[in-house]
Design a protein around this ligand. Structure first.
Ligand code: GLA
Length: 387
């Protein structure tokens, strides 16, 4: 029988570490972002939903300052000395583990060593935040072993810092926040400036379906950093016209139009996407609360068009997938999700049509691109917890 990641980490821990202690197990979810793309690092709004794909850790404390970490997927074991941690580190899987330990220690926490086994079922590079899930499942293990209070928003900030400064990936707060602080059954409407988060219920009779293009992100890191830099450069220019602007969050659509002449055409397109997209999570939340599914779908479609035409982070496969989804039975709307340049799309679908929908999208996508599509009907899940 196939083991779940939770079963795998338990079994491997026993085989490998043969410790007298029965390990504890932690779990942290991946996420699909429903809307609000490339807005988190502009201090705007996002609406991620934690999903039922996850990373699990089995762990037991040690009485020294060593972290021994084993990955089931690659069958590798690494040793990390808690006393030798210094940023920047590398970008391998075990560096994410070291990064979390570094961020906790750098925030003044006293850590004890642990033995830990890691496994998961989130496809890597698919835009479903496997790295934030890894960070959070490790953070949960380290905090439990070292008796550090579990405070989800604080952990999200520490893990974002781990990724920004130790691993060197300049991500925003969304993925770590979703992996830490999500609630079962809901998405989160998150204000990335104040970190206030409101649960958004998924209307009865509807599901969000993740549609994996099978194309793994390439060159996304440099393109992501370029987009981010372009937003920051636009803020610098716009601030010369209005000193109260701290981030694109502070710019209204009409104000941006009136300042168009200050920006070059590409920077204007990028800023125009962000300024409009920051308003979409609120609109989607309202539409879902009112069960106005046509409007919910429309706002998702608009988001995709903006990411494709203005922010230019879609791909031919993501466009083909979202078009296939929109043309299929029971679909209200579809968009790419995550950073872009490959990975997954997400569609809002009536539950009673979901089987016909996934069959039709898979066939359509395959005939347009020659590639298989993987569809995953998401169960909205809770943030990192102990099993
Ligand atoms: C990646 C980053 C997030 C966010 C999205 C785009 O997932 O990690 O912080 O910027 O891209 O919305």
């Amino acid at each position: 029988m196939l083991l779940t990641p939770i079963g795998e980490v338990r079994e491997r821990f026993e085989q490998l570490f043969q410790s007298a202690t029965v390990p504890r197990v932690a779990r942290a979810p991946g996420r699909v972002n429903l809307i609000g793309e490339h807005t988190d690092y502009n201090e705007g709004f996002v609406m991620p939903m934690a999903i039922d794909l996850y990373v699990a850790t089995a762990f037991a404390p040690r009485d020294d300052r060593l972290v021994r970490v084993h990955a089931v997927a690659t069958n590798e074991t690494r040793q990390i000395e808690l006393d030798g941690l210094a940023a920047p580190g590398g970008t391998e899987w075990s560096d994410y583990v070291a990064a979390v330990a570094w961020a906790l220690a750098d925030a003044g926490e006293h850590l004890s060593g642990i033995d830990v086994v890691v496994s998961g079922n989130i496809p890597i590079g698919s835009g479903l935040s496997s790295s934030a899930a890894l960070e959070m499942a490790v953070a949960r293990a380290l905090c439990h072993s070292s008796e550090i209070e579990w405070d989800p928003p604080r952990m999200a900030q520490l893990c974002q810092r781990a990724e920004n400064i130790f691993v060197g990936v300049n991500c925003g707060i969304m993925d770590q926040f979703a992996a830490a602080a999500s609630r079962a059954g809901c998405a989160l409407l998150l204000d990335c400036r104040s970190l206030e988060a409101e649960p958004v219920a998924i209307p009865d009779g509807t599901v969000f379906v993740v549609l994996d293009t099978g194309v793994r992100r390439t060159l996304s890191q440099s393109a992501y950093n370029e987009r981010r830099a372009s937003c920051e450069a636009a803020v610098d220019v716009l601030r010369s016209g209005d000193p109260s602007i701290r981030a694109l969050r502070d710019v209204r659509p009409a104000a941006l139009e009136s300042m168009e002449h200050l920006l070059d055409p590409e920077s204007y397109r990028r800023a125009a996407h962000v300024v409009a997209e920051i308003r979409r999570p609120g609109e989607l939340a309202e539409s879902l609360a009112a069960r106005d599914l046509e409007r919910a779908g429309r706002v998702m479609n608009e988001s995709h068009a903006s990411l494709r035409d203005l922010y230019e982070v879609s791909s031919p496969e993501l466009d083909a997938m979202t078009e296939a989804a929109r043309g299929s039975a029971g679909c209200f709307g579809a968009r790419m999700t995550g950073a872009g340049f490959g990975g997954c799309a997400v569609a809002l679908v009536g539950s009673d049509r979901v089987d016909a929908f996934t069959a039709e999208v898979a066939a359509q996508y395959a005939s347009r691109t020659g590639r298989p599509a993987q569809c995953h009907v998401c169960t909205p899940s809770a943030g990192a917890d102990l099993v």
